[in-house]
Design a protein around this ligand. Sequence first.
Ligand SMILES: Cc1ncc(COP(=O)(O)O)c(C=O)c1O
Length: 455
Amino acid sequence: MTDTVKYLLDEEHIPKDWYNIVADLPRPPEPVLHPGTMQPVGPQDLEPLFPMALIQQEVTAERTIEIPEPVRTVYRQWRPSPLYRARRLEQALDTPAKIYYKYEGVSPAGSHKPNTAVAQAFYNKEAGVRRLATETGAGQWGSALAFAGALFGLDVRVYMVKVSFDQKPYRKAMMEAWGAQCVASPSGETEAGRRILAQHPNSPGSLGIAISEAVEIAAQHADTKYSLGSVLNHVLLHQTVIGQEAMAQLEIAGDYPDIIVGCTGGGSNFAGIAFPFIGAGLRGGPKPRVIACEPSACPTLTRGKYAYDFGDTGHLTPLVKMHTLGSTFVPPGFHAGGLRYHGMSPLVSLIQELGLIESRAYTQTTCFEAGVQFARIEGVLPAPEANHAVRGAIDEALRCKEEGVPRTILFNLCGHGHFDMQAYIDYMAGRLEDRAYDSAELDAALAALPRVAAE
Ligand SMILES: Cc1ncc(COP(=O)(O)O)c(C=O)c1O
């Protein structure tokens, strides 16, 4: 038993419920505001965009939500995902730390994103929806929704951030193979896209812009709803299968984490691994240190303001209270496309305000350095986004070495990087730059935050 490398659970141990951390927080999340009235939205305000089952999940304070059997049936294909003990990495770092990683790259799309894509496709199909519109940054989310749409018979239209669209043509091909359509964003198809192109014909795009395009399409077509791959409460909820499984797998290993590490774009894979453990701590259990790792070129948690802001650049979405760099902020075109979002999930933001997590920012070259080191030692080639978590975990393991303390580290290896090889080519050729964001642009974006009386 002592040399075990992977901890597997059988299909019967796929969680039966998603875990909702709202039930255990000392204060409830701030209300979502209507962009016109600045008053709290009601379920009916969200109905043009989402099916009622997902709206209910967005606002519920119930601790557990039962996972519908058809969703668990699809999960069986790759869930429970493996938990690995990175024994070779521990040896190479010569650290007394134990390092575990939960590997979500085993899903058909290659990341954690299908955990929510399958659930969202299921609820939309049940509500009689014909088509879903969405955005994608890395291409992982668009692929995941294309896969889920194929299983549930839904058309899927994906607005893919231009810089990623150009970097990753095979992601587009993958989405099309599953029957979806993928368009570079900003596009000329929507008012929001045309407005950006008129001002910035060479715009690299951003998640905030692509969200505006997808929301606009959903709002204009009765048979189309909008689907979001991160940020919202129901998305984070669906991802909690990751942490629940990890807890059961660590129990088999006879361990419990002292430190949990995840990367943060909109917060969903981080919440997925961390929330079940944070919740257990809030209910009187052990309290691990939880560390969110973000890109220093888009430092939402470490530099952003905790304020009400729009979820998109075109100001079509409701306002949410979150850590934000300002909805008009367009981060430089670095390679972790899934982390190029101006905001952060309201729940992850609140949890940071409550002092339950720490956050730190890394440059992309230090993250690729960690990712290549990890690949050479452990074999798995991480997605550029996941490299931020690898960096954080390695740094913590090295700290254990310095301090001579044998801590247990758990991190989320949320996706593989098989479609991100241009980034690795650039890194290995020494061409990867650490482009700083434009401080004047950030200041302007923060100065333009909407004024909300409730703050
Ligand atoms: C592999 C991967 N990791 C992380 C992210 C960031 O999203 P989140 O913070 O919601 O997990 C993305 C988003 O596209 C992704 O593709």
